[in-house]
Design a binder for this molecule. Structure first.
Ligand code: ADP
Ligand code: MG
Length: 255
């Protein structure tokens, strides 16, 4: 069982700039093992950048990050940059699901799911297939294993992307607006899968505009505004008794 006293993510004073633009100003955030934390906020507030810093698709300019037991300290000094082995370890522990699915079009469904377990985790093809079939079953896509992404609906593609993330057996799952690219009638099949993962006690950091869903599955909700965590707390707090006027306005505007 997950130990709720352990932190899967501990971010301290993260700063990220693109040239002049300070996209993350001073972000600190904890995610306990087995918890779901949702990040909400308007477009451009830095939500994706924060998530991308968590698996080092972006390198923060300063701050400290401990994620899945890998501790990283960032500064402009080169010696603070994570070395390749640390990066490799982190990437096996943290998996991300993107808004646009990002499946490889030239690989079948199963091919998409087994690629990283073989290449990054070093599993044999046979082991990876067993694992891949298990997770495709988990997201209800086992019968499409030999299909190519172009022949699938957006909801099916996203479920395959979730199976691909699960096949890394990561300690932390990151979701960046996983249903924003979907036709409305396909949203629920994906939210249902993510809800099931939350019920299993998986550790997840989730950017979403689905407020009802965030409220349902989250232990904590963080409202990001211009690169700062402006409000954080339980869903009941953030959605009902937020102290930040901006947060209250945002929540009522999207509800
Ligand atoms: P959100 O996901 O909340 O919409 P983002 O993290 O995508 O916000 O972006 C925050 C800000 O950073 C925006 O102003 C965006 O234009 C800028 N930004 C994001 N990525 C880059 C990049 N690679 N280069 C320059 N600016 C970027
Ligand atoms: Mg975004």
């Amino acid at each position: 069982m997950a130990n709720h006293n352990n932190l899967a993510i501990e971010a301290r004073h993260l700063v990220k700039r693109y040239a002049e633009l300070e996209v993350l100003k001073d972000v600190s955030l904890d995610v306990h093992e087995g918890h779901v934390v949702s990040i909400i906020g308007s477009s451009g507030s830095g939500k994706s950048t924060l998530l991308r810093c968590m698996n080092l698709l972006e390198t923060p300019d300063s701050g400290d990050l401990t994620i899945a037991s890998e501790s990283l300290a960032f500064s402009h000094a080169r010696r603070h940059r994570p070395d390749r082995r640390q990066l490799q370890r982190l990437r096996t522990q943290v998996s991300m699901v993107f808004q646009q699915f990002n499946l490889w079009p030239h690989l079948s469904v199963l091919g998409n799911v087994i690629e990283a377990p073989m290449r990054v985790r070093g599993l044999s093809k046979r082991e990876a297939i067993t694992l891949g079939e298990h997770y495709l079953e988990r997201v209800g896509m086992a019968d499409k294993r030999d299909q190519y992404p172009a022949y699938l609906s957006g909801g099916q593609q996203q479920r395959v992307a979730i199976a691909r993330a699960l096949a890394m057996e990561p300690r932390v799952l990151l979701f960046d607006e996983p249903t924003s690219a979907l036709d409305p009638e396909l949203v629920n099949e994906v939210l249902g899968v993510i809800h099931g993962l939350a019920d299993e006690g998986r550790t997840m950091l989730l950017v979403t505009h689905e407020m009802g869903f965030a409220r349902d599955v989250s232990h904590q909700v963080a409202f990001l505004h211009q690169g700062c965590v402006e409000e954080i707390g339980t869903p009941a707090h953030v959605f009902e008794t937020a102290t930040s006027e901006r947060c209250r306005q945002f929540v009522s505007s999207v509800a």
